[in-house]
Design a protein around this ligand. Sequence first.
Ligand code: AHG
Ligand code: MN
Ligand code: MN
Ligand code: MN
Length: 334
Amino acid sequence: MSGVKTLGQFIIEKQADFPYAKGELSRLLRDLAIAAKIVNREVNKAGLMDIIGDTEDINVQGETQKKLDVYANEQFISALKSGGECCIVVSEENDDYIYIDSEISRNAKYIVAIDPLDGSSNIDVNVAVGTVFSIYRRKSTEGKATLRDALQKGTEQVAAGYIVYGASTMLVYTTGVGVNGFTLDPSIGEFCLSHPQMKIPKDGKIYSINEGNYKRFPEGVKKYIKYCQVEDDATNRPYTSRYIGSMVADLHRNIIKGGIFIYPTTAGSPRGKLRLVYECNPIAFIIEQAGGRATNGFSRILDTEVDSLHQRSAIFVGSENMVLLAEKFMSEYS
Ligand code: AHG
Ligand code: MN
Ligand code: MN
Ligand code: MN
């Protein structure tokens, strides 16, 4: 066991970086990691349990909820309730925000926005899925925390992270001083530091986009895709196309190898498909902290005004130079 650093040890070591009361955020991250381990256990045996497939419910996005969407949502909410540090949870799977009204949460100072299971259509086919979360501090100082506390801009995040349930399970997070990645060692049930100070390469040769929607893309995106496909030795083209359909897994690969992930507006989704509060903002915070770039094709994701909990956004995210070039195509053609 020599040399192994667990997530719990790491968080305590790094508490000094954090400007607010030390223990609270650490406990919040601990609570999220506990729920992640429980979800991981269920994802791992999904094929053996009656947990793959759909429920009969439709979420606020108009998507049929998977059984595992509901299960993961319950696990994260319940861990946050029993931890006592969180006053509001915003989740993809709940129309409204959840106010945690309990004795131990009375003075809770944090708001958590979460996509409990990302890429859930992949669960039935044993392909990587994820979780994305974002943490804010409550701004109001009196009475109950309110919707306004839940609608803060991405720049106000104090921490964000994702879990990818893949060939191995990893938790990656930032508190605004770099990004660190931990791999779950199932034999000891602990996330262990495996990817310290993650940095995304400035350039890459992977582009990730659902090209099936090509005809519905803005002209700038069409032109950028064509650029990726042109043969040119000097710039290493053609690039490689890789699209899993779980944003977290696609992003995780691109952080490590270098690449760009695009989910643009389309003719059918004029504001984009992914959700700003619990998908785009946390991913943008992590990518920026890893040295990458995240915009909606024109402006920075983290500066976007937040009007509603399930607001959608286009996203262009990944290696800085690739995103800059895609933006150039957008400003020229779209
Ligand atoms: P979720 O499973 O949380 O609803 O998110 C699905 C998202 C994201 O994970 C993925 O990148 C994208 O939807 C895939 O959408 P398409 O099938 O339209 O490509
Ligand atoms: Mn969904
Ligand atoms: Mn998602
Ligand atoms: Mn989801």
